[in-house]
Ligand binder design. Structure first.
Ligand SMILES: C=CC1=C(C)c2cc3[nH]c(cc4nc(cc5[nH]c(cc1n2)c(C)c5CCC(=O)O)C(CCC(=O)O)=C4C)c(C)c3C=C
Ligand SMILES: [Fe+2]
Ligand SMILES: [Fe+2]
Length: 363
């Protein structure tokens, strides 16, 4: 095996590379594109920890799930495709691109920022390559998941490490595993709620997070606790009493129990308890996507109204809001401490000498 590396030039100023990573999205809202996206997503052993042998899961996935799910999912994606404007395609990808641009804009030129998706394009491999080509000698990986879960954050770590297994010269690497209780994150969420309430009034607040199987929590995944901590801190920041908000979990998949209470069951039950007006926020989603724009803002709204609800509104994700970009840039700066951005580990004069005699080992 050959370890790959772009040609190294002595004396080039070292930069800090930032790789923003989100989940990924299908290339188009079609059955074919969904099949390929779901294949790569659902065959990740971090996402589906199948209890039996792996070959059996791959058989079920290929023979059953990938023959049923892509059609249903493609229809759902078709409903939100281009929702943010002409030719904007998948909201998740479009918003991630806006976040990427905004972040590059606010960080100084000692940083280079690239965007990558865990499944699909642009790939983590390409993103890391681009950082290296732009002179990054240290790399900060920032998964856009505020709450750590093995299903998401660790899966990104696996993909990054797989890429680096093929590289000769590794950069200094920082991995931001979570920021669920970061003050600027809570401040940004609270501000988005307050602004929403200026237009819609103040209602019961449901904080809905993406679910994971309960089994993963029992096997040690801290995700559940981190969601609850985010929920508590946000409620405290907003000055909410315990009966003015609730934390719930959405997007269940498969037959085993997932984290509860479920968002859909909660919304169906609120009207009979006298709560007929709700606002839903999804603090775990850094960018709006299928799971917020369709599952929450359309599907779950219908459940709530059909159960006797009178007013429902969805509070958008932090997306490219100023406070969100500020949070991400501060996170990056905090995790940059100790990284060398001025030179590539050589003294300047040594680097100069090296430039003249690239293979001179006498330094
Ligand atoms: C099968 C198990 C799944 C686990 C575990 C899971 C965890 C998980 N996912 C997100 C964030 C997102 N998931 C999204 C879509 C999505 N998720 C699953 C399955 C699991 N997710 C599927 C099959 C899909 C595809 C859509 C569908 O067919 O229903 C998305 C949206 C992507 C988009 O393109 O808009 C996000 C974001 C988190 C944060 C998480 C665990 C904490
Ligand atoms: Fe998911
Ligand atoms: Fe917990």
């Amino acid at each position: 095996m050959e370890f790959m590396n772009p040609r190294y030039e002595h004396g080039a100023p070292g930069k800090t590379g930032v790789l923003l990573v989100n989940l990924g999205t299908p290339e188009a809202p079609t059955k074919t594109a969904l099949k390929s996206y779901l294949r790569s997503f659902l065959s990740d052993p971090r996402v589906v920890e199948f209890k039996g042998p792996r070959w059996l899961w791959l058989l079920i996935l290929n023979a059953v799930i990938l023959n049923i799910r892509p059609k249903k999912s493609a229809e759902a994606y078709a409903g939100i495709w281009d929702e943010l404007g002409e030719n904007t395609g998948s909201p998740l990808l479009h918003i991630s691109q806006l976040q990427h641009q905004a972040l590059q804009h606010v960080l100084d030129d000692g940083y280079v920022v690239e965007l990558a998706m865990r499944y699909g394009e642009p790939s983590i491999d390409t993103g890391l390559d681009r950082l290296q080509q732009q002179g990054a000698r240290s790399v900060i990986i920032l998964p856009l998941y505020p709450q750590y879960s093995a299903t998401t954050s660790a899966s990104i770590f696996d993909a990054v490490s797989k890429v680096y297994q093929q590289r000769r010269w590794l950069p200094d690497i920082r991995f931001i595993s979570h920021y669920h209780d970061h003050d600027l994150y809570i401040v940004a969420l609270a501000k988005s709620v307050v602004e929403h309430q200026q237009h819609h009034g103040k209602q019961f607040l449901l904080m809905s997070f993406h679910g994971i199987p309960q089994r993963y929590l029992h096997n040690g995944d801290p995700y559940h606790c981190e969601c609850h901590k985010t929920g508590r801190l946000l409620a405290e920041r907003l000055g909410l009493r315990d009966d003015e908000y609730r934390v719930s979990f959405q997007s269940i998949f498969g037959r085993e129990p997932w984290l509860q209470p479920y968002t859909d069951a909660t919304l169906k039950s609120l009207p009979e308890k006298g709560i007929k007006a709700v606002q839903v926020i999804c603090p775990g989603f850094a960018a709006d996507c299928l799971e917020t724009l369709e599952e929450i803002a359309v599907e779950n709204r219908d459940y709530f109204m059909a159960a006797g609800g009178e007013s429902f509104s969805y509070i958008p994700a932090l997306n490219d809001r100023k406070e969100h970009i500020h949070l991400l840039s501060e996170l990056i700066k905090q995790h940059s401490r100790g990284l060398d951005k001025t030179e590539t580990g050589f003294q300047k004069d040594t680097a100069k000498r090296h430039k003249q005699h690239p293979f001179n080992r006498d330094n």
